[in-house]
Design a binder for this molecule. Structure first.
Ligand SMILES: Nc1nc2c(ncn2[C@@H]2O[C@H](COP(=O)(O)OP(=O)(O)OP(=O)(O)O)[C@@H](O)[C@H]2O)c(=O)[nH]1
Ligand SMILES: [Mg+2]
Length: 481
């Protein structure tokens, strides 16, 4: 390769560099390779069904946005040798807010770290930086938000907030800030199409949403329960945005003494956003929870009564995660039913993931025990009911046993009519023996084949939920109202 060695304007070194550059620039092998290898194609999914992963427990790191820097600008003043400070303040960083949205089903995150927007820097001519946008994260209704306390963090019982040495400033927790956030959540709810008065009241009622009752704030070693997002629109701020730095304009007019630059620089520094580690746990909110052994026909019943389409198959543990379905009545009443995976003997001690499944029916108003009347898997329906009731009684503090219940014998299409009375009697005896709280008959149905008995069962489901609602209202009036 010939170099213009005799050139006075370009040295040999420069020339070599140029050559290298030109070689790099015109090297077309990369293009040729690109032609040979086709561009990466999106992976074809095996089934046409969208992949859906149910997540009911997760950990996530949330970070409030950093505040913007305050500007140190000084403009020349009319007075000679004087400068007038005219730097604007930095904007506050956005906060991270979790909002309960009934359209969300699962706790899925695109990223395990959620961060709100930074505040913009202040500028000269008293221009204040823009506040960072709050990051509003939608979670399903029924999420318990726990904060994991890190080293140096303590829960302040009085102020009901976490204090740490870095962001020991509660000023962003003042009412103005809450109102602002509440407005934002309200706008979100409007966009979600929530017109239910109760829902809107919940969103408006800041005191209730922002400051939990004493009972709700329980310390569990190094975790603290921040909120129970159990109603649509319930929200909680989990990471505050950092406050923006102060601009030089805070230092008065031209006549005053010049500010100390060191002090000015220190004040212009923004605060970082709060960092919090959260544990989120979803406990489904449903009116009725289905309780049964695997293969009893729980999913078939939910399919037959609602628009939900849980998988139904002739083998146990077809359902692997809880599914919510709504039973809609002609007059607009809607009852939410939770289908959980089948329970087995020892579920209350965690066997067969029992804890995980029972957790989802903890908050239901009533339970629906369903047994396989035909004993397809060589089961005895009355004995099954005893085992199920025993598991429910042994779970937690046994409070689920005080819940109203319906008892259903499924698969009666496989039985003769004559055998039904005897079977019903045996099941009702087992119910009495176990102390199941039911004043209804034993419902004999065929959920998956003929649909027999479904209409009277759906009426009873509605009645039992209404009864529980009435009882709850009475209790509320007696104790609180
Ligand atoms: N003959 C008859 N079979 C039924 C009836 N209901 C459900 N089945 C069958 O029973 C089997 C189990 O039904 P599922 O609805 O999947 O039972 P499940 O209780 O949800 O089972 P898991 O999800 O495994 O806990 C399936 O093969 C259904 O077709 C019924 O009324 N009659
Ligand atoms: Mg099922």
């Amino acid at each position: 390769m010939a170099f213009p060695l005799n050139s006075t304007s370009i040295t040999l070194r420069k020339c070599l560099e140029r050559t290298k550059l030109s070689i790099r620039y015109f090297d077309t092998s990369a293009f040729q390779d690109a032609k040979k290898t086709p561009p990466p194609q999106p992976k074809s999914s095996k089934s046409s069904k969208p992949s859906y992963r149910f997540v009911d427990r997760t950990r996530v790191r949330v970070t409030g946005g950093m505040g913007g820097k305050g500007s140190l600008s000084m403009k020349p003043s009319r007075k000679r040798y004087k400068l007038k400070p005219d730097g604007g303040h930095g904007g506050n960083g956005g906060s991270v807010i979790l909002v309960a949205d009934p359209h969300e089903q699962s706790l899925r995150w695109s990223h395990p770290h959620l961060q709100a927007e930074k505040g913009s820097n202040g500028d000269s001519q008293d221009c204040h930086g823009k506040n960072g946008e709050n990051l509003i994260v939608r979670v399903p209704c029924g999420v318990l938000v726990k904060r994991v306390l890190n080293h140096g963090e303590v829960w302040d019982e009085e102020r009901e907030m976490v204090l740490n040495s870095r962001t020991d400033d509660s000023s962003l927790h003042d009412n103005e800030d809450k109102v602002e956030v509440s407005r934002e959540v309200q706008a979100l709810l409007d966009a979600m199409g929530h017109t239910d008065d109760n829902d809107l009241e919940d969103a408006d009622d800041e005191e209730e949403d922002w400051v939990s009752d004493d009972d709700d704030i329980q310390k569990e070693r190094d975790r603290v329960i921040l909120a129970d997002l159990d109603k649509p629109g319930a929200h909680v701020m989990v990471a505050r945005g950092g406050r923006g730095g102060l601009g030089s304009s805070i230092y008065g007019g031209e006549s005053g003494p010049m500010p100390d630059p060191r002090e000015m620089i220190a004040k212009s520094k923004p605060q970082p956003g709060e960092i919090a580690f959260l544990e989120l746990e979803l406990k489904l909110i449903a009116d009725i929870g289905l309780v049964g052994f695997p293969n009893a026909g729980k999913s078939s019943l939910l399919r037959a009564m609602s628009r939900a389409t849980p998988e139904v198959a002739p083998y146990p543990f077809t359902t692997l995660h809880p599914i919510l379905g709504s039973v809609d009545y002609r007059d607009g009443v809607r009852i939410r039913v939770a289908d959980i995976p089948g329970l087995i003997d020892g579920a209350s001690e965690g066997r067969g993931k029992g804890f995980d499944f029972l957790r989802h029916i903890e908050r239901t108003k009533a339970l629906l025990y369903i047994v396989d009347a035909a004993g397809v898997d060589f089961r005895d329906p009355a004995e099954d009911l005893r085992v199920l009731a025993n598991e429910i009684a042994s779970y937690g503090n046994g409070a689920m046993m005080d819940r109203r219940a319906l008892i259903v014998a499924n698969k009666i299409d496989l039985l003769s009519e004559e055998s039904l009375p005897e079977l019903k009697y045996a099941i009702s005896q087992a119910a009495k023996e176990m102390g199941i709280l039911t004043d209804h008959e034993i419902f004999a149905i065929s959920a998956g084949v003929t649909g027999t008995g479904l209409s009277s069962l759906s009426k009873a489901m509605r009645e039992v939920v209404a009864t529980v609602d009435e009882e709850n209202d009475l209790w509320y009036d007696d104790h609180i109202g």
